[in-house]
Design a protein around this ligand. Structure first.
Ligand code: 26Q
Length: 804
């Protein structure tokens, strides 16, 4: 891309605005100001976009296709400006035109096409693929409505539709000429032709058009622009008559209408299955069509294409690839199976049994008869081949089909060459526990790829103050080589640098305090400890443990008026799945204690509770740079990785945590003096589970602090609670506290007391913050993606026809 100076930018912007809106930019809304800028930016990368795609094809480079049901890219304007190397020029140019970049940027909708960690990881990976210059494409669904917009009414979560396309979408390009047909329902018959080859014919299928919308994934100042392809379901042109009723027409639109808002509880709904097949089939078809243009023998497909499936949601890509290779391209089962296994790889993101996907065979057979046949045959051959080697018991435990259901994780493992967990601990649990049977069968398929985050969005864009500080102390190499951030360690004793870290944090806290004041009408002191827990609401993540600490602290301050402890602001951001009743009760509880505490002047502002509405990527960018304390308090063994832990660390927050997920690796890098670890380890949890001896009521009876805090839930101390107090109390006392909150209570409280003490010593605290920032380099998604590329996708070394 050609460089552009400030005055050139101003001219181009004025012209662009005039072209699009035929009036002056000064009188426009920020949405309009954004749209014009978005189109200008798109012009700037469009030739690189085409060139990147053409080059991959001309060089016949091996490409990876990242299949994911969810992408959570966040607003793309600043990210594109940064990656194009014109963030400063545009900021300055807009300022000279009397516009503020942040204002204009807020005119962009934040596409919430994902639930949480898994979707955000997919988008970090897209940024890292482009930024490391790797040929990687995204494949997903263009949901008409994103994850619901969260509102609080009387402290209850209310869900509203998120019409993110309301003002159009400047970044996407509709590519009708690349549309494919996806078939549902009907019957299949296998018939021999004249030469005796079997042919599959389909009858009475419903044919749906999958139309791709492509979005550029701009690499960091390297000229690479990759593609994210999201599919939309439409009635095929000229076939409207096949969908005569309103209901039938709606049925088509429905497929890509909205994102399922559940991220941890599996429900076997037909529409969800349609979505999964729809984008898996469309993606595989478009990949195969591309491969055919290369004019190579089918056996080269795994040398040119890698398909990665993000959790089991796109697992139907496996039987779909088999189907195309056999039924449409005439390969034998054996040939198709070898190619499929070599092409596909799979990431597991959870060990929660309730989140594992299983589909009823009957439902699958009605919707996808041919795919079901293929899955049954994969299963039959698996059992036939493995039983003599591993015996009946072990083999049957790995069966894909059992009890009238198809187990998607089993299919994903058997039909791929790689399965990875997302943090060392998580992978070890998969190997030794959850998927141990498969490990015995396929030890070489298992590997770990600890998650990472893009430091561009989560440091450079969201924290410009810290970015400047880094540039001025350690130079700018860290921006392309995140491990260089370790150089900051040399400044651990530099009082000036430590004071600057403090000043940057304070500025970020003021920025967030301003938001809280304006949007929520709550005044918070920027000098208080900002204690942050931001993640989906789930019992295993133990937001409730955080609440118990707040209530304990509340009691302590009530008992000791005028006590001298640092002020704390407890900040929560969390959406609950609409059907997850218990999680919604916890939301109500947090809002109720916020109401109680924030309006109690006798507390002298020593505690405040801020529960932001509608937490998502944009709010994360505001909160994370302002955090002093990062809450990573899941029950050990339950959080596969976590990624907010990494973002918060890189922004200088100190972590209070159990030894869970990737937080274990944060501990390893940053060292025990610079992190607050509490609670049971995974081994201790396993032991306690096995002993079957846990008695939460006993703790309640014997631990006065616990008793006092829990009693607050049921004695009317917290105004505004209805059933929630009793139900939550019962979950902890009557139903034996499934996630062992009471067991970890004391050590959690003690860790927080230590934080109070340590925060007082500003220099020591800032040094620890510095060491956290300095140790965050290994969590750059650039490294994660390089490991995927080298070890799973083999994007570098590919077999060429002449190598044979
Ligand atoms: C499955 C079936 C039906 C409907 C919905 C779903 C579904 C949707 C989303 C199941 C799971 C999810 C999302 C899971 C997720 O976000 N997991 C998180 O992944 C992160 C990235 O690896 C990890 O850091 C987190 O630890 C993990 O919880």
């Amino acid at each position: 891309m050609q460089k552009m100076d400030v005055s050139q930018f101003k001219d181009r912007y004025k012209k662009k605005f005039q072209e699009r809106f035929a009036f002056n930019y000064e009188n426009a809304t920020k949405q309009e100001q954004f749209v014009a800028l978005g189109h200008l930016v798109k012009d700037l990368y469009s030739s690189d976009w085409k060139e990147t795609v053409d080059t991959y094809q001309e060089n016949k480079q091996k490409q990876v296709y990242y299949f994911s049901m969810e992408f959570l890219p966040g607003r793309m304007l600043k990210s594109n400006l940064l990656n194009l190397g014109i963030l400063d020029v545009v900021q300055e140019g807009l300022a000279e035109l009397g516009l503020d970049l942040d204002e204009v940027a807020s005119g962009e909708m934040d596409p919430a096409l994902g639930n949480g960690g898994l979707g955000r990881l997919a988008s970090c990976f897209m940024d890292s693929l482009a930024s490391t210059g790797l040929p990687g494409n995204g494949n997903g669904i263009r949901y008409r409505y994103g994850l619901f917009k969260q509102k609080f009414i009387d402290g209850h979560q209310i869900e509203l539709p998120e019409n993110w396309l309301r003002n159009g979408n400047v970044w996407e390009v509709r590519r009708e000429n690349k549309a494919v047909t996806v078939r549902f329902g009907g019957q299949v018959s296998l018939e021999p032709d004249n030469e005796g080859n079997m042919h599959v014919t389909y009858h009475n299928t419903q044919n749906i058009l999958a139309v791709p919308y492509d979005t550029a994934m701009v690499g960091y100042q390297n000229g690479t622009v990759n593609n994210l392809r999201l599919w939309s379901a439409e009635i095929p042109y000229g076939e409207e008559y096949l969908f005569p009723t309103e209901e039938e027409r709606n049925g088509v639109k429905q497929i890509t209408e909205y994102l399922y808002p559940d991220d941890s509880n599996y429900e076997g709904l037909l529409l969800r299955l349609k979505q999964e097949y729809f984008f898996s089939s469309a993606g595989v078809q478009s990949v195969v069509r591309y491969f055919k243009q290369l004019n190579l023998d089918w056996s080269y497909l795994p040398d040119k294409i890698a398909i990665h499936i993000n959790d089991t949601h796109p697992t139907l890509a496996i039987p779909e690839l088999m189907r195309i290779l056999m039924d449409e391209e005439g390969l034998s089962w054996e040939q198709a199976w070898e190619i499929t296994k070599k092409t596909i790889s799979y990431t597991n993101h959870t060990i929660l049994q309730e989140a594992m996907e299983r589909w009823s065979i009957d439902m699958m057979n009605l919707l996808l008869p041919r795919i079901t046949q293929i899955i049954m045959e994969i299963n039959r051959r698996h059992i036939e081949k493995k039983t003599p080697l591993y015996g009946e018991d072990l083999t049957n435990r790995t069966a894909i089909v059992a009890n009238g259901e198809i187990k998607m994780a089993n299919l994903a493992i058997i039909g791929s060459h790689s399965i990875n967990g997302v943090a060392k601990l998580h992978t070890n649990i998969l190997i030794n526990h959850t998927l141990h049977d498969f490990y015995l069968m396929y030890p070489n398929k298992f590997n770990n790829k600890t998650n990472g985050v893009t430091m561009r969005r989560w440091l450079q864009i969201s924290n410009p103050g810290l970015t400047d500080l880094l540039d001025e102390t350690i130079g700018t190499e860290w921006k392309t080589n995140a491990n260089d951030i370790i150089l900051l360690k040399a400044y651990a004793e530099d009082k000036e640098v430590l004071a600057r870290i403090d000043a940057v944090k304070l500025e970020n806290k003021k920025r967030f305090a301003k938001y809280v004041s304006e949007e929520m009408d709550i005044e918070i002191d920027p000098n208080a400890i900002f204690d942050v827990q931001i993640k989906r609401l789930h019992a295993y993540k133990r937001q409730l443990l955080n609440v118990l600490h707040i209530l304990d602290r509340y009691q302590y301050i009530k008992d000791n008026p005028g006590v001298d402890i640092p002020k704390r602001v407890f900040i929560f951001g969390a959406k609950a799945a609409p059907s997850y009743h218990y999680a919604k009760q916890i939301i109500k509880l947090i809002n109720a204690i916020a109401e109680m505490i924030n309006n109690d002047s006798s507390l002298n502002d020593l505690i405040k509770v801020v529960f932001v509405e509608n937490y998502g990527v944009s709010l994360a960018e505001l909160i994370i740079p302002a955090a002093d304390v990062s809450e990573q308090i899941s029950l050990a063994g339950k959080e596969a990785s976590g990624t907010s832990n990494m973002k918060l660390m890189a922004n200088g927050a100190l972590t209070i945590a159990t030894m869970d997920g990737a937080t274990v690796e944060i501990y390893d890098y940053v060292g025990e003096e610079n992190i607050y670890i509490f609670g049971m380890s995974n081994e201790e949890v396993q032991k306690l589970n096995a002993a079957n001896s846990y008695n939460s009521r006993e703790i309640y009876e014997k631990n006065p602090a616990v008793k006092r805090v829990l009693n607050m839930l049921i004695d009317g101390s917290i105004p505004g609670l209805e059933d929630e107090g009793q139900d939550i109390f019962d979950s902890l006392v009557k139903y034996n506290d499934e996630y062992y909150l009471l067991k970890d209570f004391d050590s959690y409280i003690n860790a927080h007391k230590q934080i109070d003490k340590d925060f007082r010593n500003r220099e020591t605290w800032n040094r620890r913050a510095l060491l956290n920032i300095a140790s965050s380099g290994p969590f750059s998604a650039d490294y994660t993606i390089e490991r995927y590329a080298d070890e799973i996708w083999k994007l570098g070394a590919q077999r060429e026809p002449e190598d044979l």
